[in-house]
Design a protein around this ligand. Structure first.
Ligand code: SF4
Ligand code: SF4
Ligand code: FES
Length: 280
């Protein structure tokens, strides 16, 4: 089940603070303490409360959860609008990434009410009260809601995500595909590399140094499925590894949390099928 709305979170099985409650098993210095309470604006018509993770690794203090109150009538309808409103009018030190504001750049991925999603495509009306906002799980924090994605992008680079073909491109036109060949890319080319899936994948938490994770494996499948690419065997050789691919245990957290509605778990299973078929 894809979790599009905070109310759709399966409360019996998924913790509010995913993957672990914010103070469980952590050293005292890492525990998230209650932070600053910002006052509600005067004459607010529709008050919403946001509890937002704050942490500056260069400072002397551990992480904290600040509480902001915003008038939802004074900002746009999305959670990202509320965060921008806070940054512009309440607290300019709040740090988060954003660019397109319409779900195509992947910058504003964060953990909202316990599941990963894009802040620009999660309406305030689809969040809990108070809404809890944390950075994506399992990334070193640069500041507040900004996680360090260098490792994720290094893994992406590892699969060499570009067309590999020895046949020269035609002079008169692009490398052509039939409609059927083009359709095989559906469900893969739409990935915006937000890494909601990879940061929600338990196998990547435990073996992220060697397991490529769902986002990168979906991209690997995108090139395996491309009729114009001529390096299928080479790409499969590179993936046939107990850790890079086979650490996926089909838990499907990735598929439940993809804000583009993609199915990395299926793509990973397709890669395993291709490897099995060529080894028969
Ligand atoms: S299906 Fe595989 S890649 Fe997706 S969350 Fe589960 S283990 Fe991770
Ligand atoms: S598969 Fe979905 S969740 Fe994963 S990086 Fe791509 S768009 Fe984001
Ligand atoms: S700001 Fe680009 S996806 Fe949200």
């Amino acid at each position: 089940m894809l979790i599009r709305d905070s109310s759709e979170r399966p409360r019996g099985t998924l913790l509010k603070r995913f993957p672990v409650p914010r103070s469980q098993g952590l050293s005292p210095g890492s525990r998230v303490r209650a932070g600053r309470e910002w006052p509600a604006p005067a004459n607010a018509r529709r008050l919403r409360t946001l509890q937002v993770y704050r942490y500056d690794p260069e400072g002397d203090e551990g992480p904290r959860l600040d509480t902001y109150r915003v008038d939802a009538e004074a900002c746009g309808p999305m959670l990202l609008d509320a965060l921008i409103h806070i940054k512009n009018t309440v607290d300019p030190t709040l740090t988060f990434r954003r660019s397109c504001r319409e779900g195509v750049c992947g910058s504003c991925a964060m953990n909202i009410d316990g599941t990963n999603w894009l802040a620009c495509t999660r309406a305030l009306t689809e969040t809990d009260e108070p809404v809890q906002v944390y950075p994506l799980n399992n990334l070193p924090i640069i500041k507040d809601l900004v996680g360090d994605q260098r490792h994720a992008f290094a893994q992406y680079e590892l699969i060499r995500p570009w067309l590999r073909a020895d046949t020269p491109a035609p002079d008169a036109h692009e490398r052509l595909q039939s409609p059927e060949e083009r359709a095989r890319l559906d469900g893969a080319y739409e990935c915006i590399l937000c890494f909601c899936c990879t940061s929600g994948c338990p196998s990547h938490w435990w073996n992220g140094d060697r397991f490529l994770g769902p986002a990168v494996l979906l991209q690997a499948y995108r090139w395996l499925a491309d009729s114009r690419d001529e390096a299928t065997g080479e790409r499969l050789d590179e993936l046939e590894d107990p850790f890079r691919l086979y650490r996926c245990h089909t838990i499907l957290n990735c598929t439940r949390t993809c804000p583009k509605g993609l199915n990395p778990g299926w793509a990973i299973a397709e890669i395993k099928r291709m490897l099995l078929e060529r080894n028969l």
